[in-house]
Write a protein that binds this ligand. Structure first.
Ligand SMILES: Cc1cc2nc3c(=O)[nH]c(=O)nc-3n(C[C@H](O)[C@H](O)[C@H](O)COP(=O)(O)OP(=O)(O)OC[C@H]3O[C@@H](n4cnc5c(N)ncnc54)[C@H](O)[C@@H]3O)c2cc1C
Length: 488
């Protein structure tokens, strides 16, 4: 057993943990970052674009979205169920954090709006200047921050009701006891833990949802609950997707099948239409309705005539909505048929046939019901008015042609969100919403500002929550350490 002593022990070296470490060092506190991966940076090296409100970049692009607007947005989006103090602290810090990152060498030239009716909040990181987390870590190292990778933290040491350090194990078997005046946890949630996803959400990993975050096993949540944190709301940051890995293409994410992600006829396992398909404009809203159907899935139907229309006129929904993506992919779905032919035998998520009946049989849907639904939908299209679900007439295209295609939508997610509650000072809350002394959290573990649905309207949210609440956690920890010093 090896013993270390430090001001702040930081569990997790993603954007939350690294931002906390650098901020603590800038305020004069020593810290060590512990991560069970073989590198620092966390999932996706902290994401590719953080949310912020009230930045110079937004003003320059004449796409202002102020902190006032952001506060009102989150409170309304969650029906005022989320914590106003937390929202105010987060959005109020976000513009300054963009400047802080720029001082470290990051550059955010472009601010992007992700979906229709959304805001320009996604501050695209100029990758030629390095990953956000790499730039934070370089600055932190210069200020003497220590790190141990391949080191899994197992528990938080509690002394007299206060967090007083952590116990960790290196992959070589070496055990460490790290005594600290404060502990900050940012371990990225529970999104890759099948048991926790099943227990705490309506989804099942691999069956009806996939998660982009790896090695986020809920460790931080379990150790904080054990230390006295109250369990907070838990959800998956989910959106509709064709989740079969066979469809992912060479780059891991194929856009060739985005023709399916359009507002055409969608049915459930029973072969019935169940929604206004314009909901596909917002993948997070779409999964809310799709996941209420049998087997938590929806089947989008296309025809060769609709695909030909998209090739000529472009897709109805481009994701993300705004430049830089729009120009680059304007001629989607150029490879639709060839890409589909390559994967048809390998995937249970896409189907092709010469008739609706054959399509239904392939997908395990009642053919009689599906033919009835298609006939009713075609009547709606001919009338040009959707009195069933009030879909805009521009999206009413009959299901007719020589070829019929079907895509089965289920849930994909970037990560999980929530598990512990924090206040605006990033203090972890225990019974009676009283802070657990010495314990702070950031990132996905503590992200409850969306409540039950991820907000694509204000995208870049989760990495930004990690960065901002990580910094705030460090500020609070250092303030508490200084106060305790004065008292002694
Ligand atoms: C494909 C993809 C694209 C994304 N794009 C964006 C984007 O553009 N904008 C955006 O805002 N967000 C994006 N995200 C989400 C973003 O990456 C996460 O929200 C963010 O990384 C969360 O930060 P975090 O600090 O909470 O956790 P993480 O980044 O998950 O880091 C947690 C760290 O804790 C470590 N850890 C876990 N348990 C332990 C333990 N017991 N002991 C020690 N270490 C431990 C893990 O190894 C990990 O390194 C994306 C995610 C994915 C998967």
């Amino acid at each position: 057993m090896k013993y270390l002593e430090i001001d702040i022990a930081i569990v997790g070296g993603g954007p939350g943990g690294l931002a906390a470490a650098l901020q603590a060092a800038q305020l004069g506190a020593s810290s060590i970052v512990l991560d069970k991966r073989d590198r620092l940076g966390g999932v996706m090296m902290g994401g590719t674009g953080p949310f912020a409100a009230g930045t110079i970049q937004q003003r320059r692009q004449r796409k202002t979205f102020t902190a006032d607007q952001a506060f009102e947005f989150f409170m309304d989006f969650t029906h005022w169920q989320t914590d106003p103090e937390l929202v105010a602290a987060f959005v109020g810090k976000s513009a300054e954090t963009i400047q802080w990152l720029e001082q470290l060498g990051c550059a955010f030239e472009n601010v992007v709006c992700y979906i229709d009716k959304g805001y320009h909040t996604w501050h695209e990181n100029d990758m030629s200047k390095g990953f956000i987390t790499d730039n934070i870590w370089k600055a932190a190292q210069k200020l003497g921050v220590q790190a141990m990778v391949n080191t899994r933290v197992e528990r938080i040491i509690m002394k007299d009701g206060k967090a007083a350090g952590v116990c960790a194990v290196h992959e070589d078997g070496g055990e460490y006891t790290i005594k600290a005046k404060a502990v900050i946890v940012s371990t990225g949630g529970f999104g890759s833990n099948p048991e926790m996803v099943k227990k705490y959400t309506k989804f099942e990993l691999g069956k009806n949802i996939v998660c982009g975050s790896t090695l986020t096993d809920g460790d931080g949540l379990k150790m904080m609950w054990e230390a006295g944190a109250v369990q907070g709301r838990m959800m998956m940051d989910a959106h509709v997707s064709l989740i079969d890995r066979n469809l992912a293409g060479k780059a891991g994410v194929s856009n060739d099948f985005d023709a399916f992600k359009q507002p055409n006829l969608m049915v459930n396992k029973a072969g019935k239409r169940f929604t206004n398909e314009a909901v596909m404009h917002n993948g997070a809203y779409a999964i809310n309705i799709v996941s209420q159907q049998e087997e938590l899935c929806g089947y989008m139907i296309l025809t060769d005539e609709i695909v030909a229309h998209y090739k000529k006129e472009g897709l109805d929904i481009l994701l993300p909505m705004k430049p830089p993506f729009q120009e680059e992919y304007a001629d989607w779905p150029r490879n639709f048929e060839t890409s589909l032919a390559e994967v048809l035998d390998k995937s249970d998520d896409v189907f092709a046939a010469d008739s609706i009946k054959a399509l239904a049989l392939q997908a395990g849907i009642d053919p009689v019901q599906l033919e009835k639904t298609v006939a009713e939908y075609n009547e709606i299209c001919e009338r040009g008015e959707d009195r069933q679900f009030f879909k805009a007439s521009k999206y009413l295209r009959p299901i007719r042609g020589k070829k019929y295609y079907m895509g089965r939508y289920r849930a994909s997610s970037f990560c999980s969100l929530g598990g512990v509650e924090i206040n605006g000072a990033a203090r972890v809350l225990g019974e009676g919403r009283m802070p657990v002394p010495g314990l702070y959290a950031a990132g996905n573990d503590a992200c409850s500002i969306c409540m039950d649905t991820y907000s694509f309207f204000t995208s870049g949210l989760t990495s930004s929550f990690a960065l901002n609440m990580g910094r705030i956690a460090a500020e609070s920890a250092v303030a508490d350490i200084c106060e305790a010093k004065e008292e002694n």
